[in-house]
Design a protein around this ligand. Structure first.
Ligand code: ADP
Ligand code: MG
Length: 403
């Protein structure tokens, strides 16, 4: 039982004796154990809100569990993804995720639907801040925006390893700022974003409607732009269609180059399927490639998923790729793309996040105005979305009268 993950499993089962399974699910569901050292246990909690709550409320319980297991005292560290790399002693100043090395320009299949965005990305990678600044790439989900951002990072890193590249997601940036503001670390946040040479923000649409984040990003943008640093942004739609995006940000987003990615045409879809199969050492006939390409039209992620699913079936059953395996792969993908059901837990978490309270607060008896208000909003949304009877909702929030 000495691997960190195994220890974490034991800790969780001890925690179950102390708290409800909802509490554990809410706060610990995405926690991973990173390292078990001499007298230190290191965890990673990717979500900043969860991380805060664990740090503030649950560390003693974790320490107690460790004491029970080892009869010794441990210091418990809870890190975010972005702190992990510094912990393990690798490059520090980057959110850049491991496992993204394979997203290169070489592996990006170019067709008429994406050749403009691809060429613009290559230009930016070959000479940051030399051509278009910012480069704003937009298009629907699963069409290759993130792939292009990673490809830019990888290419720049390969050509000029000294350049400071910072990749982040709009949502993470917003969360990080909230956390910084709560902990009076806004200057640190600012410094971190302004010392980079290339800033890439994926899914920037998430900052729309968030006043403080937009304000902060506006100043960061200007500081970097004036210092001739490259900025690359992606979004699921063009700036003018992002509702509640401040005007001054919209004009800035539009002042470089706007490049859209459209869903791939049949020919490109076939080429992508072939390429994905080839990368997996998996041979699929032209006929089957074409069949899949005709069935899945709007999303490259799905094409990739179909190839992987077919390959898995063939490996498991020793079958050859056939129309039948293709059909069943396509069926899997289609079922997969059904929206995730919205649970009470998700609603409570979202409302808590949006209204700056904790899910625990919402479920508590606390009567302070912000918490009561959040509780009412949560109950209202739960009622409207799930159609649960009021009594059940009251129970969910601690058996109270919700008239
Ligand atoms: P988005 O960020 O636009 O939602 P992603 O970049 O995450 O989409 O792409 C989804 C998946 O499809 C990724 O695995 C990516 O490698 C693949 N993909 C998208 N477009 C292409 C392309 N033109 N060539 C090869 N793979 C692609
Ligand atoms: Mg993406």
């Amino acid at each position: 039982m000495n691997s960190a993950a195994a220890v974490w499993g034991k800790v969780l089962s001890l925690l179950e004796e102390e708290m409800t399974s909802t509490t554990i699910k809410t706060w610990f569901h995405d926690v991973r154990a990173i390292a078990l050292e001499e007298s230190r246990f290191v965890l990673c909690s990717p979500d900043p809100l969860n991380r805060d709550v664990i740090r503030q409320r649950y560390l003693p319980a974790v320490q107690k569990a460790l004491r029970e297991l080892f009869s010794a005292d441990f210091e418990v560290l809870v890190l975010g993804e972005e702190e992990l790399s510094s912990y393990t002693g690798e490059e520090t100043d980057n959110d850049f995720l491991p496992g993204t090395e394979e997203y290169t320009f070489e592996r990006f299949v170019v067709g008429s639907s994406n050749k403009f965005a691809h060429a613009a990305s290559q230009a930016v990678a070959s000479k940051p801040a030399g051509y278009y600044n910012p480069l704003f790439i937009y298009g629907g989900s699963g069409l290759g925006k993130t792939h292009l951002l990673y490809a830019i990072c990888n290419e720049i890193r390969r050509n000029t390893p000294d350049v400071k590249i910072f990749y982040t997601k709009g949502e993470n940036m917003a969360n990080e700022l909230i956390e910084a503001m709560q902990n009076h670390l806004t200057p640190e946040f600012r410094a971190k974003y302004r010392q980079v040479d290339v800033l890439l923000v994926d899914d920037i649409q998430f900052i729309a409607g968030k006043v403080a984040t937009q304000e902060e990003f506006f100043h960061t943008f200007d500081a970097l732009h004036q210092a001739n640093k490259q900025i690359v942004l992606t979004s699921d739609r063009p700036p003018r269609e992002i509702a509640t995006l401040e005007d001054r940000l919209r004009t800035r987003f539009e002042m470089g180059l706007l490049a859209d990615i459209q869903p791939p045409d049949l020919e490109t879809r076939i080429a992508i399927i072939k390429r994905k199969a080839q990368l997996l050492d998996f041979t699929v006939s032209d006929e089957i490639c074409e069949y899949i390409a005709n069935q899945l039209k709007s999303n490259v992620r799905q094409l990739e998923g179909a190839v992987k699913s077919m390959r898995a079936q063939c490996l498991l059953n020793g079958a050859q790729p056939s129309l039948a395996t293709a059909q069943s792969a396509i069926r899997d993908i289609r079922n997969d793309s059904q929206p995730v059901p919205i649970t009470v837990e998700r609603i409570v978490n979202e409302v808590a996040r949006t209204m700056n309270v904790t899910p625990e607060d919402i479920r508590s008896n606390k009567r302070s105005a912000p918490i009561s208000q959040a509780r009412q909003v949560a109950a209202y949304v739960v009622r409207n979305i799930t159609g649960l009877p009021m009594k059940a909702i009251g129970e969910e929030f601690g058996t109270r009268d919700h008239s």
